[in-house]
Ligand binder design. Structure first.
Ligand SMILES: [Zn+2]
Length: 1002
């Protein structure tokens, strides 16, 4: 279909949308909407020569004419600027060609050397030290004055600098141009973006087509061609191995980044990964109002930003319409070019803000994401689509083909065509989008006056200080301003929510009408440009079970105040904003608590994240013990689990306390509490070769907290008969929804071996761990070695699927998985209660603990090793007989004998057995080996903190964290995931308590 035929319709659509936008945002100055893209032709400049060979190869590698467009079916020639072929040896997207990140960078640097329209910047490095870059492409005049332009954009991004004056903003906008930031290859098996972006940059720099000239003179395109650089290089290794072993199966990408795989695109909340920090800082340095992330999975091009509901509740409503505007024009253009399978609605809700692109959504920009089609490498392959992919539906009137021969060049055609038309639309509407950027920033500042809240306050309180600091560090990484009260502040509290018709019980005292925060409390003001990200992280979420969206794309709850156990108050009284407070320029300026003369010090246990860090850092250089009871000394009160330190100089202790955000009380004499030595046991992580992502979040937490560990695969454990000689604690973090059988069996063994090793062909594989064959699992030998390890006194830590594995393998006598019934939980934050606050695992916790639950796993416990049903009072139904429903039956003709009462345990308790049930019962667990329930899920009415919960009876009140005993050792089982995506700081101490109290868990 020729594009000329459709042009009038596009013009109409564009003007209709512009009119809607102008009406929706009445403050848009007239000049802002005066740009016009309705007459865009996308025709090449007939006077510019084309690169004949390159163009010929584009045609050759495109598998069907409809899979290309007039924008990318040629390449303009240049006598001075090299094409991607200079580095690739062939065109972008050529079969069998997959460049390493370094080769991609090499090309961009050649481009920058040859063209004044291209500049390359280093934006940081990965966990493994690989470089990340950003490439700016635009007209020379734009790049030369990028700094002055950036200063203007900075004022639009912080409208306080303009006194929120629209006229001042309009004057700046008229002289400014936006930055459109495109990122590729965050997901390493999605391989097409780097070459597509190489060629895109060439076109932007060289092509004289009028539409391209317009783009480069009206905006700067900023490109990070490879976001996950560590993973990219491993993926290229795997691809090279595949090409060197034709006809064989090739290894899956066992590691992408250093810690996580696909979840690197779920880090935009906690900002734990280098790649997230580098992209965020680059976006904010350039004040880019768009972050457009490129992915591959859905055929042929899914602009998923419009997606489906529910939309995130904390974004500016204007953003949702910007998504629609951009996608509507973009996909209409794709249809105009006659490219099949381009659409914008579909599977994907924008509820969770964890995606990389959401960095823009919550910093007043526009988040965008393309899913294109890819083959996971540069092979050209026949692909069979599924009906849900190729069927026609209302939002996909021109669907992908049921089968298609697909090449990486096809992918590059789609990515570039869609991006070029998106850039054109954005350039033609740059003033409108800059004004929207300003408006969203302004409304972020005006938040307290419009919907609120006024602020979030983290009350100064030593019990929460350590975890509050971890939360403040996240907010600082998000570039959120943090203030500290210089005097105490009193705020009015709103009346508590009350259900319809519910009256307070007579005689109950009225709820407090005000709250006072002490001086030193931290205030996150909502009248700042980045109030939205803080509001979204600190507020609670509710996903209705009645929501029409039945398949949430990711987590439904994430409330950081709860998950960090950080005591965060949502304040709606705008009076807080006038309280005396000072801006903290950086968190390092908070004065460290004084360290007294000693010679004894106590770090009170308040479930800090980093008590274990201090134990490992000072083990051997100080006398470390842990109190087994609450105690008082020299006028100070300490909780059970507190760390008592002797034999160390204040000068040695002070920097450690500072480093780990801890405070110690100095004592003149040794406290007389009952103690045991603090342990710094030898830790090993055990990972499967099936998936290393979920355990990767655990590794990251241990590395950041400097708790050392060895790293073993299930295969290594299968070969190590005496684990106990080498390790005290084995951590089997969640493997990621795998079954016990998969853990034991691994992958099927037919076919060829799948190596993961450092070789000259695959220099980036191996390293973290290596194997000559990814397929074998733990095996029966490995299971036996694990059992020996625990029985000989080791501690095995498990969570989610690995807890189920430990139960199935008989290593957790008396612990069972609770039947799920019709429960529905999708990444929710659930409340729990401490059952045994004297148990070391619970040291520092009191009352409620927020837990992250992926799917509502819960346990039951029993005094038997078999899950026998024992009748309880709750289940008893009276038989037919005399009397009413609640009366007792009385047999006739003999004196009445009252039956002994049936047991009435709580759902988190084992059913007590009577003498009859215990007599000669081989399944009876001796009292000292029975499982100890540490935490249980809260009662139904208090269970849900954030997210989705439906039919929660099967999890309410059930055990969540249990210590089982097996031989001389123990197995710690988490139904929740206590170490997850850097978001569950509040439950970390459950894990670390078990480690530093190793040997004292019974
Ligand atoms: Zn992806």
């Amino acid at each position: 279909m020729r594009i000329d035929n459709l042009r009038p319709g596009f013009a109409l659509r564009f003007w209709a949308l512009t009119a809607v936008m102008a009406m929706a945002t009445l403050t848009v100055p007239l000049s802002v909407s005066a740009q016009d893209s309705g007459t865009e032709t996308f025709q090449r400049d007939p006077k510019q020569a084309i690169d004949e060979t390159y163009t010929e190869h584009i045609k050759k590698y495109t598998t069907a004419p409809a899979l290309n467009s007039p924008l990318t079916d040629y390449l303009p020639a240049s006598s001075s600027v090299p094409t991607p072929a200079k580095v690739l040896g062939d065109v972008a997207g050529a079969p069998d060609v997959l460049p390493y990140a370094e080769e991609v960078y090499q090309y961009f640097r050649l481009l920058a050397a040859a063209s004044p329209r291209v500049k390359v910047f280093t934006i940081g490095h990965t966990e493994e030290g690989r470089e990340m870059i950003a490439v700016a492409v635009g007209d020379e005049s734009l790049l030369t004055h990028a700094k002055e332009n950036g200063a203007r954009l900075a004022q639009l991004a912080d409208p306080r600098s303009l006194e929120l004056d629209d006229a001042k903003a309009a004057a700046l906008i008229s002289r400014s141009y936006p930055v459109y930031y495109i990122t590729g290859a965050i997901h390493s098996p999605e391989t097409g973006a780097p070459t597509a972006l190489m060629e895109l940059a060439y076109r932007l720099a060289v092509d004289n087509a009028p539409y391209l000239q317009y783009i480069r003179t009206h905006l700067i395109t900023l490109i990070t061609p490879v976001v996950e650089v560590d993973g990219r290089d491993r993926m290229v290794d795997v691809y090279k191995w595949h090409k060197a072993h034709p006809g064989e199966n090739w290894p899956h990408l066992a590691y992408w980044g250093h810690y996580v795989g696909h979840d690197n695109n779920r880090d935009a909340m906690a900002v734990t990964l280098e790649l997230t920090q580098n992209v965020l800082n680059t976006m904010l340095d350039w004040h880019a109002p768009v972050l457009h992330d490129l992915h591959e999975s859905v055929p042929f091009l899914y602009d998923n930003t419009v997606g489906d509901g529910p939309y995130n509740s904390w974004i500016d409503p204007l953003l949702t319409h910007e998504w629609s505007m951009l996608a509507s024009d973009n996909m209409a253009r794709m249809q105009g070019f006659g490219m099949p399978g381009a659409f914008t609605h579909g599977d994907f809700d924008t509820w969770s803000p964890g995606y990389l692109m959401f960095l823009a959504a919550f910093h007043n920009g526009i988040s965008r994401l393309y899913e294109t089609f890819g083959n996971g490498g540069a092979d050209t392959e026949k692909r069979w689509l599924s009906p849900d992919e190729y069927s026609r539906t209302w939002y996909r009137p021109n669907p992908p083909y049921p089968t298609v021969v697909w090449s990486q060049r096809d992918n590059n055609n789609y990515e570039q065509t869609a991006l070029l038309s998106a850039l054109s639309y954005f350039a033609h509407n740059s003033k409108l989008f800059l004004n929207n950027f300003y408006l969203k920033s302004k409304r972020s500042v005006e938040k307290p006056a419009n919907g609120g809240p006024a602020a979030y306050v983290l009350a100064q309180d030593d019990r929460f200080g350590n975890r509050q600091m971890q939360l403040l560090k996240v907010l600082a990484l998000q570039h959120v301003e943090i203030h500290q009260l210089t005097k105490e502040a009193k705020v009015a509290l709103p009346p508590p929510p009350r259900k319809d018709g519910e009256e307070p019980k007579p005689g109950t005292p009225p709820p407090p009408a005000s709250q006072t925060f002490p001086a030193g409390s931290f205030v996150i003001r909502m009248d700042q440009p980045f109030s939205r990200i803080a509001d979204a992280l600190l507020d609670r979420q509710f996903w209705s079970p009645q929501d029409p969206q039945k398949e949430p794309f990711d987590d439904t709850g994430w409330c950081f105040g709860d998950l960090f156990n950080a005591k965060v108050s949502r304040v709606t009284d705008n009076g807080i904003l006038s309280a005396p407070m000072s801006l903290l320029p950086d968190l390092g300026q908070i004065p460290a608590p004084e360290v007294g003369p000693g010679p004894f010090y106590v770090v009170n246990n308040s479930a800090q994240v980093s008590l274990a860090s201090l134990v490992y850092a000072s083990h051997g250089a100080a006398n470390l013990s842990i109190s087994e009871e609450d105690f008082e000394s020299e006028g100070h009160k300490f909780a059970a689990g507190s760390l008592i330190i002797g034999g160390v100089d204040a000068s040695k202790l002070e920097p450690l306390l500072r480093q780990f955000d801890l405070a110690a009380v100095s004592l003149a004499s040794q406290p007389s509490a009952k103690v045991h030595p603090a342990a710094a046991p030898r830790i090993a992580f055990m990972h499967t070769w099936l998936s290393t992502q979920t355990e990767g979040w655990w590794r990251m937490a241990f590395d950041k907290l400097q708790v050392p560990f060895a790293y073993l695969s299930t295969q290594a454990v299968a070969k190590e008969p005496d684990l106990r000689a080498r390790y005290d604690v084995l951590i089997f973090a969640p493997a990621g929804h795998v079954s016990g059988q998969q853990i034991v069996d691994g992958l099927p063994l037919w076919g060829n071996a799948l190596p993961w090793q450092t070789t000259s062909l695959t220099p980036n594989l191996g390293k973290l761990d290596s194997t000559d064959d990814l397929r074998p699992g733990l095996g029966e030998a490995g299971v036996a070695h694990l059992k020996d390890f625990v029985q000989q006194g080791g501690l095995l830590i498990t969570a989610e699927d690995t807890a189920e594995f430990a139960i199935e393998e008989g290593m957790a006598p008396g612990v069972f998985v609770a039947p799920r019934k019709d429960l529905k939980v999708v990444g929710s934050v659930l409340n729990s209660a401490v059952v045994d606050n004297k148990h070391p695992v619970a040291y520092g916790y009191d009352g409620a603990v927020a837990l992250y639950s992926a799917d509502g796993l819960a346990f039951t416990v029993s005094n038997l090793t078999v899950n026998s049903h024992i009748l309880t009072a709750k289940e008893y139904k009276r038989p037919t007989g005399r009397g009413g429903p609640d009366d007792e039956d009385v047999p006739q003709g003999r004196p009445f004998e009252k039956a002994p009462p049936l047991p009435a345990p709580k759902p988190w308790q084992a059913v007590p057995l009577n003498e009859e049930q215990e007599r000669n019962n081989p399944f009876l667990i001796p009292a000292e080996y029975r499982p100890q329930v540490i935490l249980r899920y809260a009662d139904m009415k208090d269970l849900l903190l954030s997210g989705l919960l439906e039919n929660g009876d099967s999890v309410a009140e059930h055990p969540a964290v249990v210590v089982a005993h097996f031989g001389n050792g123990s197995v710690l089982l988490f139904a929740n995931n206590p170490v997850y995506r850097g978001e569950t700081i509040g439950s970390y101490a459950l894990v670390f308590n078990s480690i530093i109290n190793f040997g004292h868990l019974k």
